[in-house]
Design a protein around this ligand. Structure first.
Ligand code: DP6
Length: 346
């Protein structure tokens, strides 16, 4: 007999950035963060988890058709935690099949290029955790599962929810309070859009995992980000989301991206994620806002040169029109709505 569950999981793009680890093993962050979950029409990971006594010994994972090494600490942490939770369920009800002892087979596919720097680890680990939790029929809430996903990739903990999501850094040493929660569902502010401008499909120069550790170790500016910038931005962004105040949402988003990239430049040796095309996108957003006479667009950049522009649906033609001519270096783009949480596939 083969037991099986499938799910899709969305990409999320942070507006207050996670950058810095408090504990590298537990993958707890130095600061809170907030993201917007994108719709799964264009960008999503589809993952099937199965287990069976008939499988060869050992867990396996196939990602986009290629076999992926599961011996890494992060994948192992996810498997171990989910198995332990299943084992607890089995101990409470001995009539249940002992799935926790069977080899796992995971098959995962992105409907977008993994290397394009489009937050693939977030959707990937969120889908992996959600699929195994469904296979094991775990009673855990998305917040409880976010503790597991966090150990796969920090940003993944926010992809277990739809809409507007916060990851609370937590203070406990074992990481048990470092989890995601819902700020507001997608339906609260459904006309939010995210335009992704692909400035380079090349793989990242410095991975976020190693980049953020170098920033923590060497940047003086980063200390002020933790004590001053992020606490202020967290309060302002949650308020902006609650009040559906786009101008405030946009200013915090742009300021936080700038603060993050300033800390990268202040890292020694410095890390540069944005390129000439990224900077042209910043100027394009500034000129869109100037011409509109108010803030209708906000840029943000993760650990790569691709620009994400947040705007409201009513301004879509203005935004797309403005970007059509300006950006020579853009190799592709996709406009996305704010989306839903991981969804079971039958
Ligand atoms: C700039 O989640 O990729 O996108 O926990 O080491 O896997 P690991 O890092 P990752 O870092 C994401 C950094 C960011 C900001 C964000 O998504 O909040």
């Amino acid at each position: 007999k083969i037991y099986r569950a499938s799910t899709t999981a969305p990409v999320n793009i942070a507006v207050v950035k996670y950058w810095g680890k408090r504990d590298v093993q537990l993958n707890t962050p130095t600061n809170d963060s907030v993201s917007v979950t994108l719709s799964q029409d264009d960008l999503r990971t589809l993952t099937t988890a199965s287990c069976s006594a008939s499988y060869p010994a050992g867990d396996s994972l196939v990602l986009n058709g290629e076999s992926f090494d599961v011996s890494g600490a992060r994948t192992q942490a996810c498997f171990r935690e989910l198995r332990a939770r299943r084992a607890a369920v089995e101990a409470a009800d001995p009539s249940l099949p002992k799935l926790s002892t069977l080899p796992l087979k995971i098959v995962s596919e992105n409907n977008f290029p993994t290397a394009a720097g489009l937050a693939s680890s977030a959707a990937g680990f969120a889908a992996l955790v959600r699929a195994i939790a469904d296979l094991y029929e775990l009673p855990d809430s998305p917040s409880e599962l976010s503790i597991v996903a966090r150990q796969g990739s920090g940003s993944a903990c926010r992809s277990l929810f739809g809409g507007y999501v916060a990851w609370r850094a937590g203070t406990k040493e074992d990481g048990s309070d470092s989890m995601a929660d819902l700020v507001a569902p997608a339906s609260h502010w459904p006309d939010m859009r995210a335009l992704i401008l692909v400035a380079s499909a090349a793989k990242k120069g410095v991975s976020s995992t190693s980049g953020m550790q170098k920033t923590v170790a060497t940047s003086g500016l980063f200390k002020g980000r933790l004590t001053d910038v992020v606490p202020r931005n967290m309060a302002l962004i949650e308020e902006a989301i609650k009040n559906r105040d786009f101008a405030q949402f946009a200013e915090v988003t742009m300021r936080d991206s700038n603060s993050f990239h300033a800390c990268c430049a202040d890292t020694y040796p410095p890390i540069f994620y944005m390129n000439d095309t990224s900077r042209a996108a910043v100027r394009a957003v500034e000129s869109i806002n100037e011409q509109a006479g108010k803030t209708i667009a906000a840029y943000t950049f993760d650990a790569g040169p691709n620009c994400v522009v947040y705007y409201l649906q009513e301004h879509e033609s203005t935004i797309l029109g403005a970007f059509a001519g300006v950006l020579g270096g853009v190799t592709g783009w996709t406009a996305n709505g704010v989306g839903a949480k991981p969804a079971v596939q039958l």
